[in-house]
Every structure is written in C-alpha cells, then in structure tokens.
Write a protein that binds this ligand. Structure first.
Ligand SMILES: [Zn+2]
Ligand SMILES: [Zn+2]
Length: 394
C-alpha cells in the first residue's frame, strides 16, 4: 500500500492565497490531481479552524474525512526570533493528531503573543528549538518539519537565515526533527550532497497558494493515508518516491537580481563575486549556491537512505504547450480537466499512462509532449530571485 500526500497547503486565510481555497474546492482538486491525503492547513486561524471542525469527520485510525478525501491536521508557522545576534526567519510545518492538540497549541501561541486571527501562517516569536520543545511537550506525536529549507528568506538553510545546519537551529532538539521539505528549487539529489541532512527523510509538497498549484510537488508514502502512517513515514523514511518540479523551474534556483535581469549560476557567482554587475548591491543567493556552500565530498545517497524521485512539468503547461495556447486559455483548462477525469488524475497522466491512451484521450501532440518530458528531453531556463524558471519540451 502507498498514498500520495500534499501536506503543505494553505487556506484562503493565509496572506497572498486565493479566495477559492475552501475545503470543497481543495477536495475536488485533489481528485483531479490524484492525491490521497491533504493537509487541512492553517489550523491556527480561528475562522478556518471553525470550518475544519465543522466539516472534517475524524476516522478512528487517525485521519479526517471530507467529501471522500482524507485530511490530516497540518499547518505552517513563521518563526521569527534572534539567535547569535542575527535575526532569523524560518518557516516550519507542524502536524498534529487531534483538534484537542490544535487547541492546546493555539493557547500556547496566544500565550506567547502570536496574533492568530491575521495571517493563516502566523508569526511565532520564540526560537525554533523552543517551539519544538513546547510542541513535543503538548503531545509527543506532534511532528515538526522545516519548510522549503533552501529558499533565501524563510528557509532554514537559505542564504538569509544564517543557519548552516539543523543543529545550529534546533540544538539538542535536532534529533527530533525527522524530515525536511526541500522546496521547489532543489531536488533530492542536490540534498544528498549535504552531509548535515544525512538521516533526515526528504519530503516534497506543493506550498500551493491557489487550487491549480496543488500537487505540483508530492510525496508518496508507504502505508495507508493516516496520521499514524504519516508519522511512521516521516520518522522511518517510509517514502516510496517524491514527485518533484524540475529544480530549475523553482523561483530561487540560481542567484541574481530580478529587477536588474541578472541571473548567475553558482560558478559565475564564485568567479565574479556576490555583487550585481548592474546595481552593485549583493545578489539574492539561490539554492544551487547554498547547496554548494554546504555540500561535502561525501555523497550519502550511496548509503541506502535515498529514495527515487520523478521530475514533473505541470500537466496544464504541457496541455497548453501541445495546443499552442497560454495555460489560462479556456480550451486549455477544459482539455486539462477532461484528460484528468478520463485518465485517472494528473499524477497518473504524467507518470504512468501509456502512449496509446494519451494519444486517444489527449491527441498526438500531448502524447509526444508527455513522453518527451518523461525522457528528460526538455529545454531549461533557471529561475532566480523570485522569478520562476521555464522548462519546456524540446
Ligand atoms: Zn513558507
Ligand atoms: Zn542588481
């Protein structure tokens, strides 16, 4: 048994997130995508929590049911604190077993002065180590997973966080952090070069701020879609595979300045220094640069902890490409919906459905396009400084 999980999601109550992010739409899109387990998201927000409690039905073996979709209780918080005379901003994913635990966490955060009725991704003003300790004190089956660890501003290992390892951030609590979310701009292979991540389960989720972006990265866990099996999967690396963006497609793969149209590979930054040739200010250092800084000679992927992964281009982009139209064009979205409905969801279409079925349902151009991406026959322009990269079939 295995299940496909997207556990970094937001509701319409998180800043910069679509107003359409409600439970009904999220469950419907999860079916379009072919996802089995979702995070209920943003559980610290009072209005959203009320919706979760009204709609999610707890099921005995540790998950919640809504509209034939399974949910666990998970959220993201933004830890903002100072440590070693640096200010730190690190995003963390929390997973908890029950609404009772949610209420105790909310009380703890309110006691610390967190404002929970604003952003669905609240600011928590205590060091990450202390958050972890308080969380495990409330319930030892709570899970804490650093989010999108490489992104410059809010990633634990990102260029602005100032942390070079989980130990620096979590101290003695680091051993209780089972996993890291790698974010769009890195893939597992890049992470395997960083010895500080050895032994940590590598997971990928979408961090979607709108419905169509759900499932753009996913983790396939072993077991049944439940909180127990999620905990076991994170603790024991029971991951069958992760489904990934091409890391170049993420917003922070290379270093650069978006406003100055300057994009640099890590080698170029090493050669020219970390200064923008246009404006003279320091560049936003991307994920490749940080991975290179923190990587060691030893590649621990040889040691049995690595899991296979598949690089995907979102199906809507491939449909748009094969039709020669933009991804927001009406005929593109109706073709996308029809193809997903007829062929068992986006994940299956991208990873499993054979050429003949793709041809019959989506036409020759789509069958060719999907096959090219599967073979890695793509043209790539890397993203940098907040600008998405472009990956297109060759
Ligand atoms: Zn975040
Ligand atoms: Zn510049």
């Amino acid at each position: 048994m295995s299940f496909i999980a997207d556990l970094h999601l937001h509701s319409r109550f998180a800043y910069a997130c679509s107003k359409s992010l409600n439970l009904t739409n999220m469950a419907a899109w999860a079916k379009v995508k072919g996802i089995n387990l979702l995070s209920g998201a943003d559980f610290t927000h009072p209005a959203w929590l009320a919706e979760l409690e009204d709609n999610l039905t707890p099921v005995a073996d540790g998950y919640f049911q809504f509209d034939d979709m399974k949910f666990v209780l998970g959220t993201e918080v933004s830890c903002v604190f100072s440590q070693g005379s640096h200010s730190r901003r690190v995003h963390m994913l929390l997973f908890v077993p029950t609404f009772d635990v949610v209420h105790r966490i909310r009380a703890m955060l309110e006691g610390l002065g967190s404002k929970l009725s604003g952003d669905g991704r609240p600011i928590v003003g205590i060091p990450a180590r202390e958050l972890a300790a308080r969380l495990f004190d409330i319930d030892e089956s709570c899970m804490l997973v650093p989010a999108h660890i490489w992104t410059p501003w809010y990633g634990l290992l990102g260029s602005k966080s100032g942390f070079n390892s989980l130990e620096e951030c979590f101290g003695d609590m680091a051993v209780h952090i089972p996993a890291v979310e790698t974010g769009l701009s890195s893939d597992p292979e890049m992470n395997w070069r960083v010895s500080g991540l050895k032994g940590k389960t590598i997971v990928s989720f979408s961090d979607a701020h709108s419905l169509p972006n759900m499932g753009r990265e996913l983790t396939v866990f072993e077991g049944n879609a439940s909180y127990h099996d999620l905990v076991a999967g994170l603790n024991g690396n029971l991951v069958e595979r992760t489904l990934e963006f091409f890391p170049e497609a993420g917003k922070y793969h290379f270093s650069g300045h978006r406003k100055c149209s300057v994009s640099q590979s890590a080698d170029e930054t090493a050669r020219f220094g970390n200064i923008c040739p246009e404006c003279g200010r320091p560049l936003t250092l991307g994920v490749v640069h940080r991975v290179q800084e923190l990587s060691s000679e030893t590649d621990w992927s040889e040691e049995g902890f690595n899991r296979p992964y598949t690089k995907l281009v979102p199906l809507i982009e491939l449909v748009a490409y094969s039709m020669g139209k933009g991804r927001t064009a009406k005929p593109v979205s109706s073709a996308y919906q029809r193809i997903c409905a007829e062929l068992g969801g986006e994940v299956k279409v991208l990873t499993q459905v054979g050429y003949d079925d793709l041809y019959q349902v989506g036409g020759e151009d789509l069958a060719e396009t999907v096959t090219k991406v599967r073979q890695g026959s793509v043209q790539i322009t890397a993203g940098f400084d907040g600008q998405y990269g472009v990956v297109q079939p060759e």
